[in-house]
Design a protein around this ligand. Structure first.
Ligand SMILES: Cc1ncc(COP(=O)(O)O)c(C=O)c1O
Length: 387
């Protein structure tokens, strides 16, 4: 298999197994699952086996959870932001005395239209989260303003605007866009629906992450046997933490080893693990893996990952492009965007390196679960990179 060797970083988590707080309580997940499963168009995404890749990595099996088709939005993020928008509207309509417990169906059919239109949700995004929030706002009838940094491609901006959201462009990185969204929301009385959490702001990101867990649950349901390893990409860490919680809830002491994989230019989770506390990293965060270009971990995500992640890896952009091509050229073809393949890149790089294999306990009998967290969410860039 023509995957070149590339340099990577690997850090084993020395705090693995330390007791900590419950970040995502089970009741919240049950509510998220029941709600999202009731939405029109809901269906579990496919779990695909990749035997030829497993052979090349000298492991027993690799399963790929393909999120490209999730609610027609192109990524797993459809599960989080839209659900959090719905929860926020419910709570706000109750607070305003409009409806005690508005259902998503009532919101979608416009029963509280006038009141809902007076509520504005906002967030910063590098694409996929904003698309989910905009989609949720459109479905449930509120106003939406999305902040993007300059590096977010026109294709990605258009895909958000398609759902009726106003787009505002901010100089700098994703983290600057997060701050701009927060500041404007404070000034305007808007509601930030963020996928990242910080001290004093955890309720909404918790809902977002509870939504993500559905993806991990579906994967576990469809797997023929429990996985020994999960390699999952990290931006602010929300999805990695949601997968971690779900794997621990499902498999208990037999939970798979969770390896969090980030771009080498935006490895804030690895840096945090190295420092032993959540760390913001400096720099341009200029990675092709746009969804992973985050410089500060989400507080909630960190609280889970600091004790439950087995290891942290950082991989170069070139390895992601190798993996996109690998999947694009296989039969049948799998469309995976730049941010979808970091986990696969981490697995392949570690599996072909005796040090990586030994450190992560990758063996010929290992069964590995990967999450293809997005499809070709920027079709032009995807075509260029896989040509
Ligand atoms: C496709 C894709 N995968 C993974 C991630 C990482 O998610 P998180 O920021 O929760 O770590 C993102 C974030 O935007 C994404 O868009």
């Amino acid at each position: 298999m023509p995957i070149p060797r590339r340099s990577y970083r690997l850090l084993l988590n020395r705090h693995l197994g330390t007791p900590g707080v419950i970040v995502l309580p089970e009741g919240g997940f049950r509510r998220a699952r029941a709600e999202i499963a009731s939405w029109p168009g809901h269906a579990p995404t496919p779990l695909v086996e990749l035997p030829e890749v497993a052979q090349a990595a000298r492991v027993a099996a690799i399963h790929w959870k393909d999120e490209g088709g999730r609610f027609g939005l192109g990524s797993f993020k459809a599960l989080g932001g839209a659900y959090a928008v719905m929860k926020l509207l419910q709570a706000e309509l109750a607070r305003r005395g409009v409806a005690n417990a508005a259902t998503s169906a009532e919101l979608a059919e416009g029963k509280y239209k006038e009141a809902a239109q007076g509520i504005t949700v906002t967030c910063a995004t590098d694409g996929n989260h904003g698309r989910s929030v905009a989609w949720g706002a459109q479905r449930f009838g509120c106003r939406c303003v999305i902040f993007v940094h300059e590096g977010v491609s026109q294709g990605r901006r258009d895909a958000i605007a398609k759902y009726g959201a106003e787009i505002r462009v901010v100089p700098g990185t994703y983290d600057e866009a997060v701050r701009a969204a927060q500041k404007t929301a404070e000034a305007e009385g808007w509601f930030v629906v963020s996928d990242t959490s910080y001290a004093g702001y955890t309720e909404i990101p918790r809902d977002v992450m509870q939504g993500y867990r559905l993806m991990a649950e579906e994967a576990a349901e469809a797997l023929p046997r429990p996985p020994a390893h999960v390699f999952i990409q990290g931006g602010v860490g929300g999805v990695a933490a949601a997968v971690s919680v779900q794997m621990r809830a499902r498999y208990g002491a037999e939970a798979p080893k969770l390896v969090v994989v980030e771009p080498e230019k935006a490895a804030c989770l690895l840096a945090s693990a190295e420092a032993g506390r959540p760390m913001a990293i400096e720099g341009e965060l200029d990675t092709l893996m746009a969804g992973l270009a985050c410089g500060e971990p989400s507080l909630l995500a960190w609280q889970e990952l600091e004790r439950a992640a087995f290891a942290f890896m950082a991989v170069p952009d070139a390895a992601a492009v190798d993996c996109m091509r690998l999947l694009a050229k296989r039969t049948p073809r799998l469309e995976a965007g730049e941010s979808a393949v970091a986990g696969l890149a981490g697995l392949l790089l570690a599996a072909r390196d005796p040090f990586g294999r030994a450190a992560l306990g990758l063996e010929e009998g290992s069964r590995v679960l990967l999450f293809g967290t997005e499809g070709a969410t920027d079709p032009e860039l995807y075509a260029k990179l896989t040509a």
